[in-house]
Design a binder for this molecule. Structure first.
Ligand SMILES: C[S@@+](CC[C@H](N)C(=O)[O-])C[C@H]1O[C@@H](n2cnc3c(N)ncnc32)[C@H](O)[C@@H]1O
Length: 253
C-alpha cells in the first residue's frame, strides 16, 4: 500500500471511530433540506443514467468506492437499487455503514487498486473520494475496469474560481492530499485511452456545489423557507455553472 494511502487510512480510521457515528446522521436523515443538499449531485447522475439506458437501472449492482459511512450507497438503496456494496479504505467507516443500513454490503478496498475482477459490478460510483488518492487517475481507470455498464464520478472541477478560492492541499491531521480537479477533456481522454471507442456515453456536467455555505445561510431563515431558499440559490448560481467548481461525470460502456 502506498505510504500516502496508509496515512489516509490511519486518519480516517480515527475520524470514523464507532462512537462518532451520530456525527454522520446527515447521511440517513429524511430531513428534506439536508436530503436536497446532500443528494443533489447524485440525483443528477441518476437522471443521466436513467435517460441514457434502455434497461432498468434499478436492477443494476452498484459498487461505491471511497464510500465512507455509506452516504452514496444509502442514496441508491433508497432509490430502489437493492444490490449495493460500499467500499472504503477505513474499516470503521464500513462498520458505521453496516449500522446505518444493514441491507448494504461492505468491503474494504483501496480505491486506487481495486482487488476485484474486470466487470464485477454494473455501476461503480465515487463522490468526493478520488482526490484523496495519491493516484486519482488510477482510481478512475480502476472504476472503469471494474464497471460492466458505467461509472459515476462526482469530484472537484478544474477551473479558475475553484483554483483561486478552493482548497489546494486538504489536511486531516497528519494526512495531506492534493485536491485533484478534473475537466471534460481530461475525463474524455482518460476514458478513450482505456476503452478506445468502446463507450456509449461520456457526459460531464459542470456545476457549483457549496452545500456548507448554503446550509449555513438558509438555516438563518424560518424553517418553512429553508428548502425553498436553497433551491432558489442553487437555481440562481446554476446560471454560472459554466464556471462551476464541481462535476458530475457519467460514463457508459
Ligand atoms: C471526504 S470522504 C468522502 C466519503 C463519502 N464519499 C461521502 O461523500 O460522504 C473521503 C473518503 O475516502 C476514503 N479514502 C481515502 N483514501 C482511500 C483509498 N486509498 N481507498 C479507498 N478509500 C479511501 C476515506 O476513508 C473517506 O471515507
Amino acid at each position: 500500500m502506498h505510504e500516502l494511502v496508509q496515512d489516509q487510512k490511519n486518519i480516517f480510521e480515527e475520524k470514523y471511530a464507532l462512537e462518532t457515528k451520530t456525527k454522520y446522521g446527515f447521511h440517513i436523515t429524511h430531513d428534506p433540506l439536508i436530503r436536497f443538499l446532500r443528494d443533489r449531485r447524485l440525483n443528477k447522475s441518476l437522471d443521466i443514467l436513467k435517460n441514457n439506458n434502455n434497461d432498468d437501472v434499478s436492477s443494476w449492482s452498484v459498487l461505491v468506492v471511497c464510500g465512507g459511512v455509506g452516504g452514496e450507497g444509502i442514496f441508491f438503496y433508497r432509490k430502489g437499487l437493492s444490490n449495493i456494496t460500499v467500499s472504503d479504505i477505513s474499516e470503521n467507516s464500513l462498520k458505521i455503514c453496516n449500522f446505518f443500513e444493514p441491507a448494504i454490503d461492505t468491503i474494504m478496498l483501496n480505491g486506487e487498486s481495486l482487488d476485484l475482477p474486470d466487470n464485477s459490478y454494473d455501476l461503480v460510483v465515487v463522490q468526493d473520494g478520488l482526490h484523496h488518492l495519491p493516484r486519482p487517475v488510477s482510481g478512475f481507470t480502476e472504476m472503469l475496469r471494474v464497471a460492466k455498464k458505467g461509472i459515476v464520478v462526482i469530484e472537484p472541477y478544474n477551473g479558475l474560481v475553484g483554483n483561486l478560492i478552493g482548497t489546494e492541499w486538504e489536511k486531516h491531521g497528519d494526512a495531506v492530499n492534493y485536491v485533484f480537479r478534473w475537466d471534460k477533456d481530461l475525463v474524455t481522454q482518460v476514458v478513450k485511452s482505456l476503452l478506445l471507442s468502446n463507450y456509449k456515453l461520456i457526459r460531464v456536467l459542470r456545476l457549483w456545489d457549496h452545500n456548507k455555505i448554503i446550509f449555513k445561510t438558509v438555516t438563518k431563515l424560518p424553517k418553512s423557507l429553508q428548502l425553498k431558499a436553497s433551491k432558489t440559490i442553487y437555481w440562481l448560481i446554476s446560471l454560472f455553472n459554466f464556471s462551476g467548481n464541481n462535476m458530475v461525470a457519467v460514463v457508459l460502456k
